[in-house]
Design a protein around this ligand. Structure first.
Ligand code: FES
Length: 158
């Protein structure tokens, strides 16, 4: 027959142990959640989610309406000004108009056959490369898609 006093002590000890285990579990869970709450933003910063941007395909002009190194077609693409011209060999080229120096808008000059930036006299060749002036890099080129006589732009090159 069991001793009632020792049984009570044994039950209290088991209950205390169970309560202690439960509290330890809760503290561990709170610590894990707290650590996750701290680590998640750090991990998100270190490994940003890469979003696949959809590059809209926009019709700009009919190739037959343009002449090589002639008039340019200025248009908006993704909320920025852009231009499309035909090179001397009739290859279509499109660029954002923002100068790569400080972002002024360049102008196509058909007489000089170049893009001119009025802010600091930067000059770009018809293929977008820097000819002279302070711009550090070529104009940002847009991908031109030719479908029959229609010229579309769809995202940037590279
Ligand atoms: S902003 Fe175009 S040359 Fe300076």
């Amino acid at each position: 027959m069991s001793d009632p006093v020792s049984t009570t002590l044994s039950d209290a000890s088991a209950e205390s142990l169970s309560r202690r285990s439960f509290l330890t579990y809760l503290l561990g869970l709170a610590g894990a959640l707290g650590a996750a709450g701290l680590l998640f933003p750090i991990a998100r910063y270190a490994y940003p989610v890469k979003r696949v941007e959809v590059q809209p395909k926009v019709r700009v002009a009919a190739a037959s309406a343009l002449t090589p190194l002639g008039e340019a077609v200025v248009f908006d693409y993704q909320d920025a000004s852009a231009v499309l011209i035909l090179l001397e060999d009739s290859t279509p080229k499109a660029f954002y108009l923002a100068c790569t120096h400080f972002g002024c808008l360049v102008k196509w000059r058909p007489e000089e056959k170049d893009f001119y930036c009025p802010c600091h006299a930067g000059i770009f060749a018809p293929d977008g490369t820097v000819v002279s002036g302070p711009p550090p890099s070529p104009l940002v080129e847009l991908k031109v898609v030719v479908e029959g006589d229609d010229l579309f732009v769809e995202g940037t090159v590279g």
